[in-house]
Design a protein around this ligand. Structure first.
Ligand SMILES: Cc1cc2nc3c(=O)[nH]c(=O)nc-3n(C[C@H](O)[C@H](O)[C@H](O)COP(=O)(O)OP(=O)(O)OC[C@H]3O[C@@H](n4cnc5c(N)ncnc54)[C@H](O)[C@@H]3O)c2cc1C
Length: 375
C-alpha cells in the first residue's frame, strides 16, 4: 500500500550517504517539527484523516493541515524535510479505499481549501486553472455556468478532487474516446519533496509532469492543474439498455466504442446488476436513470439468469440533432428493457430539470425505436 513519503525518502538518502545513523533524528523530532508548523489539529481532524472511504484502514496522522495557498504546502513539506521520519500525504476527498492518502504519525494535507479560485486561461485553446482540491463537480458547475465550457474527460462520480484523480487516472464512460483524465491535462503546479514549487507540462519538466500524473502523490503535491475545456454540449441524450446475455451486451459495447468520428457515441459504459427486485442497491433499482424513470421487468424474459447487464450511453446532440426520429442504430440485439432520458446539461447542473429532445444517429444497420420520453 503506497504511503506518501516524499520528505522521508529524500532525507533518508542524505543521512545514509553522510554515513550518519538515521537515529540521529531522535524519536520526537517529528513531533517537534510538527510544532514548528504552529497548528494543533483537533481530535476530529485526526480521526477524519485516519480513515478513508474504504473504511478498512485506520492510520492516525500526527496532524492535519488545511493549506489555503501553495506556500502553505511548501512550508509543510519544508518542515517535514527537517525530520527523517515525518511523512506528508495529500488528501483530496478521501475516496481512496486502501489508506493511500494517509500518513502514519505524519502530516496530512487536506487539499479542499486550497486556492486561488478557478480561472479561465487562453493558451492556444481554452483551459481552466483549477486548484487541486476542487471537486470535479465544482469544475463542471463553474465551467458550464460561467463560460459554457467543460472538460472532455470525467469520472462518473464527480465528488472526487482534481488532484486525487490526476494522481490515479480518472476514468469514465468518456475515456474510450478522450482518454483518462491524466491524458487531458495541459500543465501542473507541483510542490516537490525538496519543498520547491515547480510548474511542469509535456514540454516543461516533463519527467515531473508524467511522474505526478498517476503518481499517487509520491512525486510531489499537485497544487494546480490546467484542464483544457471545450464547449459544453447543449443537450445530452442519456440511455440505458438492459441485456440478458453477456455476449450480446459485450458485442454491442465493442461495437459502440469502435464507432469513429461523427458516428461515435460520447459516453459508453456498462455494468452488471442482480436480477432481483428486492436488492435495493444492486438489483433492478440500480437501472432507472433518474427519479421518475421506470425499470420494466415485464420485458425481462421469463427464463433469465440471476445477473443481467446494462449499457449506459450518451450522445451530445447539439451538433447532430435531427427532429422527429428517436432511434439508436446498429445495436445488434433488441434490448429488453429500455429507458431513455434527455437532459439539458446546463440546467441539470443547476436545477436538475429535464427536457425531452430527439436525435438521429448515423445510418442504422438495424434501428431500435425508443419510447418517447416526454415530447
Ligand atoms: C464512490 C466512489 C466513486 C468513484 N468513482 C470513480 C470514477 O468514476 N472514476 C475513477 O476514475 N475513479 C473513481 N473512484 C476512485 C477514485 O478516483 C479514487 O479513489 C481517487 O483517488 C479519489 O479521489 P479523492 O479526491 O478522494 O483522492 P484521495 O482518495 O484523497 O487521494 C487519492 C490519492 O491521491 C493522492 N492525492 C490526493 N490529492 C493529491 C494532490 N493534490 N497531489 C498529489 N497527490 C494527491 C493521495 O495522497 C492518494 O494517494 C471512485 C471512488 C469512490 C469511493
Amino acid at each position: 500500500m503506497p504511503t506518501i513519503m516524499i520528505a522521508y525518502v529524500e532525507q533518508r538518502q542524505r543521512l545514509v550517504s553522510d554515513g550518519d545513523a538515521e537515529h540521529s533524528d531522535g524519536g520526537d523530532a517529528g513531533q517537534e517539527n510538527i510544532g514548528a508548523l504552529g497548528v494543533a489539529a483537533a481530535a476530529g481532524d485526526i480521526a477524519l484523516a485516519a480513515r478513508d472511504f474504504g473504511g478498512m484502514v485506520f492510520i492516525p496522522p500526527a496532524t492535519l493541515l488545511r493549506p489555503s495557498k501553495t506556500d502553505d504546502v511548501v512550508r509543510a513539506v519544508c518542515v517535514a524535510r527537517r525530520s527523517s521520519r515525518l511523512t506528508v500525504a495529500a488528501r483530496g476527498n478521501g475516496h481512496s479505499v486502501g489508506g493511500q492518502a494517509m500518513a502514519r504519525g505524519g502530516v496530512v494535507l487536506d487539499m479542499r481549501d486550497l486556492g486561488p479560485p478557478m480561472e479561465l486561461v487562453r493558451c492556444g485553446g481554452v483551459a481552466a486553472d483549477v486548484p487541486a482540491g476542487a471537486l470535479w463537480e465544482e469544475v463542471l458547475e463553474w465551467g458550464v455556468r460561467n463560460h459554457g465550457m467543460a472538460p472532455t474527460s470525467w469520472t462518473d462520480y464527480l465528488r472526487l478532487t482534481v488532484g486525487g484523480t490526476l494522481s490515479n487516472g480518472g476514468i469514465s464512460g468518456q475515456a474510450f474516446r478522450h482518454g483518462p483524465q491524466v491524458a487531458n491535462v495541459a500543465e501542473l503546479e507541483v510542490v516537490t519533496g525538496d519543498g520547491e514549487r515547480r510548474v511542469c507540462s509535456p514540454s516543461l519538466c516533463s519527467d515531473l509532469f508524467f511522474a505526478a500524473l498517476g503518481g499517487l502523490g509520491q512525486f510531489g503535491v499537485i497544487t494546480r492543474a490546467r484542464i483544457p475545456l471545450v464547449p459544453a454540449p447543449k443537450m445530452v441524450r442519456w440511455i440505458r439498455v438492459v441485456y440478458k446475455e453477456f455476449e450480446e451486451y459485450a458485442g454491442d459495447a465493442e461495437w459502440l466504442v469502435t464507432r469513429a468520428g461523427s458516428e461515435a457515441f460520447d459516453y459508453v459504459e456498462g455494468f452488471a446488476f442482480v436480477n432481483d427486485v428486492s436488492d435495493p442497491v444492486n438489483g433492478w433499482a440500480s437501472v432507472p436513470i433518474l427519479p421518475g424513470s421506470v425499470f420494466e421487468p415485464a420485458k425481462i424474459p421469463a427464463v433469465s439468469e440471476p445477473i443481467l447487464y446494462c449499457l449506459e450511453l450518451a450522445l451530445h446532440h447539439n451538433h447532430r440533432e435531427a427532429a422527429g426520429v428517436d432511434e439508436v442504430g446498429n445495436l445488434a440485439h433488441l434490448p429488453r428493457c429500455i429507458r431513455t432520458h434527455t437532459t439539458c446539461l446546463s440546467t441539470a447542473i443547476v436545477a436538475n430539470t429535464t427536457k425531452a429532445r430527439t436525435y438521429t444517429t448515423h445510418r442504422p444497420r438495424r434501428a431500435v425505436s425508443f419510447p418517447r420520453w416526454n415530447s
